[in-house]
Design a protein around this ligand. Structure first.
Ligand code: CP3
Length: 328
């Protein structure tokens, strides 16, 4: 997550001349940035350089991505009137630049590694739309959810419909997997998740069931939510470091894959500590097939790229030994 981000000098150099949105809207530049981590770090997959807010522009939402803060919405959505004016998304018209960036990135990667497409989940997108900016307590979001469930459901339904179209268009353009980012879902308990969120996220997975690509369902702070998120759907569950990965896998069940879960802050430590924490994750998942090693959330800007290169090498060599043992 944010593997192409600010901690990479090559990315910072590009950012001196272009803001995030202009990178996303220039397919060749976007393809170069999306491929950068594969070239510099040696990771096993590229993720499209984009932002979860991009498709909302086509629905009539005006926003900016502020440095060090995140998305800031010009007119937050707080009532049924503003929810009902959100337009339907027409991916070929509204996010044509993402679709051509996918095609360019696929060409650039040339089959070396798969490309992951993504979108925000209805709850996480709604939380930005309602709060207007990143939030600690999600008070406005929860107030709308509890006080006006009709508007809440209208908003989440519109977002779910738009994201189904957006992911379908990304799959058609060539991504090899898709990830649904419900980054802020951990602020809910499982009861509220099931009542207010599950039906909407579930509809996304249901409607994408027939597309052949694997679907990753990610959230942070989800230890009380994993069983409910499993009901919503996904072939892979992405978890953060607040739960031991073997416990998380047990909860979602071994019929799905697990992704995670090194604390990105561990990458700020010395190499011995980084290796021992990575080793602990690998020990916890053992030889069970279906683990994707990943960070539990986005890369921190102060990360030394060399620490990431070393981590990737360490995980490759440790799991290579594993695979050799399995093959014998
Ligand atoms: O992982 C990658 O390399 C792909 C790029 C990517 C970005 N945003 C680019 C970006 C991805 C996968 C996202 C998704 C995204 N955007 C999410 C879901 C994943 C997550 O992190 O939880 C969310 C919640 C957002 C909204 C958003 N955009 C946030 C919270 C921020 C960080 C604010 C900050 O400055 O710390 C952004 C900005 C952003 N999007 C950056 C990047 C690389 C920061 C770097 C920059 O300012 O250039």
């Amino acid at each position: 997550m944010r593997q192409a981000g600010r901690y990479l000098p090559e990315y910072r150099k590009i950012r001196e001349k272009h803001d995030i949105i202009s990178i996303c809207k220039d397919p060749e530049l976007c393809a170069a940035v999306s491929s950068l981590p594969v070239e510099v770090l040696g990771v096993d997959a590229a993720i499209m350089f984009a932002d979860i807010m991009l498709p909302l522009e086509g629905m009539g939402v005006q926003f900016e991505i502020k440095e060090g803060i995140g998305p800031v919405i010009k007119h937050p959505v707080r009532n049924s009137q503003s929810a009902s004016t959100l337009r339907d998304l027409d991916p070929k018209a509204d996010v044509a630049f993402v679709l051509s960036a996918i095609e360019s990135t696929k060409k650039r990667l040339d089959g070396r590694v798969p490309l992951i497409g993504f979108c925000g989940a209805p709850f996480t997108l709604a939380s930005y739309l309602i709060e207007g900016k990143p939030s600690r307590d999600f008070a406005n979001t929860k107030a709308l959810m509890y006080r006006d469930p009709e508007t809440w459901n209208l908003l989440l339904d519109k977002l779910a419909t738009a994201m189904i179209r957006y992911l379908r268009a990304q799959i058609q353009a060539g991504v090899d997997a898709v990830q649904l980012f419900d980054s802020w879902i951990g602020c809910l308990n499982s009861q509220d998740y099931e009542q207010y969120v599950l039906p909407h996220s579930q509809r996304i997975f249901k409607e994408l069931e027939s597309s052949a690509v694997p679907k990753i369902h990610f959230g942070t702070g989800t230890s009380d939510l994993l069983e409910s998120m499993k009901q919503a759907g996904g072939d892979v569950f992405g978890v953060d470091w607040r739960i031991p990965i073997d416990v998380a896998w047990q909860r979602v069940g071994h019929d799905v894959a697990i992704q995670g879960n090194l604390d990105p802050a561990v990458l700020l430590a010395d190499s011995d500590l980084i290796k021992s924490r990575a080793a602990d994750i690998l020990r916890r998942v053992g030889s069970t097939p279906g683990h994707i090693f990943n960070l539990g959330h986005g890369m921190l800007p102060d990360t030394n790229p060399q620490s990431v290169i070393d981590l990737v090498q360490y995980v490759h060599s440790a799991t290579q030994k594993h695979l050799e043992v399995q093959a014998k």
